[in-house]
Design a protein around this ligand. Structure first.
Ligand code: FAD
Length: 444
């Protein structure tokens, strides 16, 4: 029997659940809880839903991950994007974010073991894919140079751009995948759906303190001194999640390191011959450590897949530069290795924002050592696609703990709805060892 909202909430509280953050994941959690009748409040420092790191997301929706549970979660997430309007139960006239299904191509390399593990997960979960030969890749991406360039380098390396021998042996095309055209609107869609179920949101308001009594959270305190009580508080503060944990009057027991890492994504105009503006295609190219996606207006967005030569840039989330640097230029030049016709502007345009990255690049969806304090953090640049699943998972976890289960000893087993798979949520534990199978990159 799931607990009633009353057993998660308590009389004398203002809300059952206070959610710190109104990004895509905070809003998805609100929608799921509100649908089950919980009294929720999201609080966000910024003026509207999805204005934090969500707004800079590449919003790529793909179904390849390094772990079985990660793959299953992404496949489940794909289904919610595919059925976005139905999922939201939105009126036909409501303006919604659009899922653009381009398919995704992943290059085979020695470093990713020709995708052997990824494909074993795909086979186990019934994910459809096609092996593409170099000839097939060239048909779809005319003008591509498939010489090998690995290992990736920065553009100031003397050997940058010099082929390292041989060719990329082919790739794997996953037809189920694409991108969401406006991640901020997607967050707003979730927020609006949550509000229709009674959820409340407060913007332009910063939580500054989270008091704890007898090892249980009691409330949140805002910078104007106002205090609101709730039985359950969830940290969904994205790159600020470490700062929010520091506001607790006790140690939440997060053993897995996570930190705000600055990332740049550069926009380029591809040559007409690529036909990219017509077809688009998301490409993950481990050989040049880059991912590429359509960026609107016929442009391409290029990001890094975090090779060792692109060192992690840990910053203060309240004080970092949003200007592009030589990193963005390096990414554009890396892509010009594939597309020699690409013109690279010396004044690159794009975005610089933050991942809340864990050391194994998988998220933390968990309770904490403090009763009533939950974590949906460490989303590592790859959890936009999973927001709706995370919303359901966090709701199930809160209920599981409210029923008196010891999630640390006996982790919640979470059945998916569209995919025939039950996730062992220990995979997202705050106390886990580094996940050995991880790509240790944004690919998760
Ligand atoms: C450049 C980039 C590209 C990405 N590309 C992809 C991709 O292609 N595919 C994918 O799946 N994922 C991608 N991601 C990751 C994905 O976007 C994030 O995992 C996701 O948006 C995180 O959502 P969130 O709700 O947890 O955090 P956020 O959107 O960061 O929201 C957290 C909110 O908490 C608020 N907050 C913080 N502190 C406080 C406080 N003290 N009081 C009140 N409010 C507070 C902030 O204002 C913020 O709005 C990308 C991320 C970036 C940065």
């Amino acid at each position: 029997m799931p607990p009633s909202p009353q057993s998660v909430g308590e009389s004398g509280t203002n809300y059952d659940v206070i959610i710190i953050g109104a990004g895509i994941i905070g809003c998805a959690i609100a929608l799921n809880l509100a649908r089950k009748g919980y009294r929720t409040l999201n609080v966000d420092t910024l003026p509207a839903a999805g204005y934090g790191s969500t707004s800079s997301s590449a919003a790529v929706i793909r179904t390849y991950y390094s772990t079985r549970d990660g793959t299953a979660m992404a496949l489940e997430g794909y289904h919610s994007w595919k059925n976005w309007r139905t999922f939201l139960k939105a009126e036909d006239t409501t303006d919604l974010a659009r899922f653009v299904e381009t398919g995704t191509l992943v290059m085979k390399t020695e470093a990713n073991n020709n995708l052997e593990r990824v494909l074993s997960h795909a086979d186990a979960l019934g994910i459809v894919y096609e092996h593409w030969s170099p000839e097939k890749i060239l048909e779809r991406l005319p003008g591509y140079n498939l010489e090998r360039f690995a290992p990736a380098k920065t553009m100031d390396d003397d050997t940058f751009g010099t082929p390292t021998g041989g060719h990329v042996p082919g790739g794997v095309y996953f037809p189920a995948g694409g991108y969401v055209d406006d991640p901020q609107i997607a967050a707003r869609n979730l927020k609006d759906a949550a509000v229709r179920h009674g959820a409340e949101f407060r913007f332009n308001t910063r939580v500054v303190k989270i008091p704890v009594e007898n090892n249980r959270v009691t409330s949140v305190i805002f910078e104007n001194g106002e205090e609101l009580r709730a039985t359950t508080i969830i940290n969904v503060a994205g790159p600020h999640s470490g700062k929010v944990n520091d506001m607790l009057g006790a140690d939440p027991g997060v053993a897995m390191r996570h930190r705000p890492l600055r990332q740049e994504v550069v926009q380029v105009k591809p040559p007409e011959s690529l036909g990219y503006s017509r077809e688009g295609l998301i490409v993950s190219d481990n050989d040049i450590a880059s991912y590429v996606k359509p960026g609107g207006g016929g442009h391409l967005m290029i990001g890094s897949e975090n090779p060792p030569c692109d060192p992690a840039e840990e910053v203060d989330p309240d004080d970092f530069s949003r200007d592009l640097s030589d990193r963005a230029l390096t990414y554009a030049y890396r892509y010009s290795q594939r597309l020699p016709e690409l013109g690279v502007s010396q004044h690159p345009v794009g975005v610089a924002d933050l991942y809340d990255a864990t050391d194994d690049w998988l998220p933390i969806y968990d309770r904490s050592d403090i009763d009533g304090y939950f974590l949906a953090i460490g989303t590592s640049g790859n959890q936009f696609k999973n927001a709706m699943v995370a919303g359901r998972l966090m709701t199930a976890l809160i209920e599981y703990c409210a029923q008196g289960n010891d999630h640390d000893e006996k982790p919640l087993q979470f059945p998916l709805q569209y995919v025939d798979h039950t996730m062992n949520t220990a995979t997202f534990s705050r106390k886990r060892e580094l996940t050995k199978e991880s790509s240790f990159s944004v690919l998760g």
